[in-house]
Design a protein around this ligand. Structure first.
Ligand code: DHA
Length: 128
């Protein structure tokens, strides 16, 4: 028997590969990386890294809501950028989606992201 309890969010993009949108493990929820896919079309949105970051957070929020949580439950985020020149703009959008104290975070630049997204963010959340 698996200890992986999946979360399925109709308002977030369907997985584009063999992964769950999120998995509960005990009190912690591991949310797969979200790219700026519009769940209505299944396609990447048009827009710069600011718009892409907000779409990513809308998608993460939809997954969290399906699990009975919100972004306030996030404890760790990993941010992937294809161009570190987007760091400041990503931060500006990012900081509007949380209130202090901010979750722990790591940001790295990567060689590429699915569907040619500029940003992907994954997070871990914890219920009380
Ligand atoms: C988009 C993803 N989270 C993936 O391909 O792993």
């Amino acid at each position: 028997m698996t200890n992986r309890q999946p979360v399925s969010a109709a308002d977030a993009p369907k997985a584009i590969g063999p992964y769950s949108q999120a998995i509960w493990s005990g009190q912690e929820l591991f949310c797969s990386g979200q790219t700026p896919i519009d769940p209505a079309t299944g396609k990447l949105i048009d827009g710069d890294v600011t718009a892409q970051t907000h779409r990513v957070f809308d998608n993460l929020a939809a997954v969290l809501v399906a699990a009975g949580l919100t972004l306030d439950h996030a404890i760790k985020c990993n941010v992937y950028l294809v161009d570190m020149a987007d760091f400041a703009a990503m931060n500006a959008a990012y900081q509007t989606r949380f209130s202090a104290p901010f979750p722990a975070r790591t940001t790295v630049a990567v060689a590429g992201l699915p569907l040619n997204a500029r940003v992907e963010i994954e997070l871990i959340a914890r219920r009380a």
